[in-house]
Design a protein around this ligand. Structure first.
Ligand SMILES: Cc1ncc(COP(=O)(O)O)c(C=O)c1O
Length: 272
């Protein structure tokens, strides 16, 4: 693992304990996949980081600098993950400019066949207007806790639903399913994260319905899948009491996503 702070390599990787990013989760972040030393969807991730920062009233270094820092970390990561964490920098913005920490990490073990526990997420906007809705802020405690609760109950992870059981997203991934050959997925106007993987995957699909779906709708699905930078496209085999087989649409989307990477010149290792 290697760390850069504001573009400078930093072995110790320290951030002030007075930084509101540490004290109060005041900041934003991104996680990118590096394939063969090259960051995937670099522009999109930097744009989303800048957007999250703007929502928090933070001014980050220019996109060219951020992209260069991430590209350096991606070269180091090889087939790995690059995390970018932009913290407030001090107790408030009058004290210090934001601090941008970039970390290159190895890939986590690939999980396939996810078992998801639906968990109500009263902290989620679920479509209620809110200036930070859709921003990837550092305040991820509730999402992390949902994953933990799901794991304690024997599932791989959670899927978040609104108070009236409308399906939203996973704590760190988007979700979709297939009914009569058609892909359905929660709409962005539920103010879920505008997942970059979801954007690429939906481009691979002929017919998709983005909407507001009750959890009970998934009982009619033939397959369910999760999408994220780190997971790419992976099958969901259990959702609460329901069981699913990994199916042909999920397989095709996972394969086409990878094929798209190769077409775009990324070196994709087949042994992951
Ligand atoms: C809440 C949430 N939804 C979806 C995603 C997937 O987004 P992406 O495909 O951009 O990684 C993430 C990723 O961290 C997330 O935190």
């Amino acid at each position: 693992m290697t760390v850069w702070i504001n573009g400078e390599p930093s072995e110790a990787g320290t951030v002030s304990v007075h930084d509101a990013g540490f004290v109060r989760g005041d900041g934003c972040f991104e996680a990118l996949r590096s394939y063969g030393g090259r960051a995937f969807a670099l522009t999109e991730h930097v744009q989303r980081l800048q957007w999250s920062a703007a929502a928090l009233g933070m001014t980050l270094p220019v996109a060219d600098d951020l992209e260069a820092w991430i590209a350096t970390a991606a070269r180091q990561a090889g087939d790995g993950i690059v995390r970018v964490i932009a913290t407030r920098g001090g107790p408030d913005q009058t004290v210090a400019p934001p601090v941008v920490v970039v970390i290159s990490e190895p890939l986590p073990a690939r999980l396939d066949g996810l078992a998801l526990l639906p968990i109500r997420a009263p902290w989620h906007s679920a479509g209620r207007p809110w200036e930070l809705a859709g921003a990837k802020t550092l305040s991820y405690g509730p999402n992390v806790n949902a994953s933990r609760v799901a794991r304690e109950r024997g599932f791989t992870d959670a899927v978040l639903v609104s108070d009236d059981d409308i399906v939203l997203e996973g704590p760190t991934f988007a979700i979709g399913w297939v009914i009569d050959g058609v892909v359905e997925t929660p709409a962005l106007d539920l103010l879920i994260l505008d997942s970059i993987t979801r954007r690429y995957v939906l481009d691979l699909v002929d017919e998709v319905i983005e909407g507001r779906f009750h959890l009970s709708r998934i009982a009619s699905a033939s397959e369910v899948f999760a999408m994220s930078t780190i997971k790419e496209v992976v099958a969901v085999v259990r959702l609460g009491e329901l069981s699913f087989e990994p199916g042909p649409v999920t397989d095709r989307l996972a394969g086409d996503f990878r094929a798209g990477l190769i077409d775009a010149g990324y070196t994709v290792s087949s042994c992951e």
